[in-house]
Design a protein around this ligand. Structure first.
Ligand code: ASP
Length: 322
């Protein structure tokens, strides 16, 4: 295994939280986090940078853009692996956003966090952090999440448990690898993914990702039985630049009340994309199956397929700078 120069970017989250009179709040710097690591100096040179200290609940799309710029600068400076410590609550949005903005990234960017602060008894933080750094020694280019010993592709993860140490799952996508005796063992999918992405690794110092800006007005609407479809009118009037609808099952939208379809056609005529995804955790949409799916498709919506809600949303929230 070759020695790699790795940088750890800290952003806050439970992993770095301290007790305050108002509850847990990010208060530990990179120095406190690195105290818990046991790294082999023949394999890793580790530098750190404190980017922000936020509960991830407070992150906004501008933070994703800033983080992506810092990652790109780190690549240009010659870092061969990047670990990002992050709050778990919105980490799936950040990993989706960076996967989107940093396509063709030539090095591994591995997010991690924890369910308990790093100095709490039984905390999962030291192991998650250690695993993320060790995975950087083996992983190929791309944005990933390391949690509870599993490496997942950053564009398909979701937080599925509020308190369990196995807090994340890879959605509609196999895991990339698993930690085994401090080594990342790749799955067949992981091997294939790294092989496909290896072509990006050739000229890291020249890496220059596209630039993005934030679209302020985007809507996420979850259907429920008895919902008043006029909520769509509110978003039409606000002039949103895109809508994600969490529909039922394979992508069903009520059709007996035709108001839904009328609004979908109005969005389509304005050139505003309406993506249909599912309220189910896994399986994605299959909009050819039922009449209630096909009618929605006929009204101009776009099928979300295997994408997570996070994935669809970040692509609406970020647009490439002209
Ligand atoms: N509220 C915390 C955060 O997202 C939760 C965590 O990190 O586990 O920053």
């Amino acid at each position: 295994m070759e020695k790699r120069k790795i940088i750890m970017l800290t952003t806050g989250g439970t992993i770095a939280c301290v007790e305050s009179e108002n509850g847990l709040t990010p208060g530990m710097g990179a120095d406190r986090l690195t105290q818990y690591l046991h790294l082999n100096p023949d394999l890793v040179t580790l530098h750190t940078l404190e980017v922000m200290a936020k509960d991830s609940t407070n992150l906004v799309p501008m933070d994703w853009i800033r983080l992506a710029q810092i990652v790109a600068m780190a690549v240009q400076k010659g870092y061969e692996g990047i670990v990002i410590s992050h709050g778990t609550d919105t980490m799936s949005y950040t990993t989706a956003a960076l996967s989107y903005m940093l396509e063709n990234i030539p090095v591994p960017v591995i997010f991690t966090g924890a369910q308990l602060p790093i100095d709490a008894p039984d905390s999962d933080a030291p192991q998650n952090l250690q695993d993320a750094i060790e995975a950087c020694l083996v992983a190929g280019p791309g944005v990933y999440l390391m949690f509870a010993g599993t490496l997942m592709d950053g564009s398909s993860v979701k937080k599925v448990h509020t308190t369990d140490k196995e807090a994340f799952e890879s959605i509609n996508c196999e895991a990339v690898g698993y930690m085994c005796d401090s080594l990342l063992e790749l799955t067949d999918f992981g091997r294939k993914l790294f092989a496909e992405r290896q072509c990006y690794a050739s000229t890291p110092m020249e890496y220059k990702p596209k630039e993005y800006e934030v679209n302020q007005e985007v809507a996420l609407i979850k259907l429920f039985p008895g919902m008043n479809p006029d909520i769509f009118n509110y978003y039409l009037q606000r002039g949103v630049s895109g809508v994600v609808v969490e529909a039922y099952g394979t992508g069903g939208v009520p059709s007996e009340d035709t108001t839904y379809m009328d609004y979908f056609r109005r969005f389509e005529s304005l050139g505003v994309p309406v993506y249909i995804t599912t309220q189910c955790l896994k399986g994605g949409t299959h909009m050819e199956v039922y009449e209630v799916n096909r009618l929605a498709k006929g009204a101009g919506v776009i099928e979300g397929g295997k994408n997570t809600t996070e994935n669809l949303l970040v692509k609406l929230l970020l647009s490439q700078k002209q």
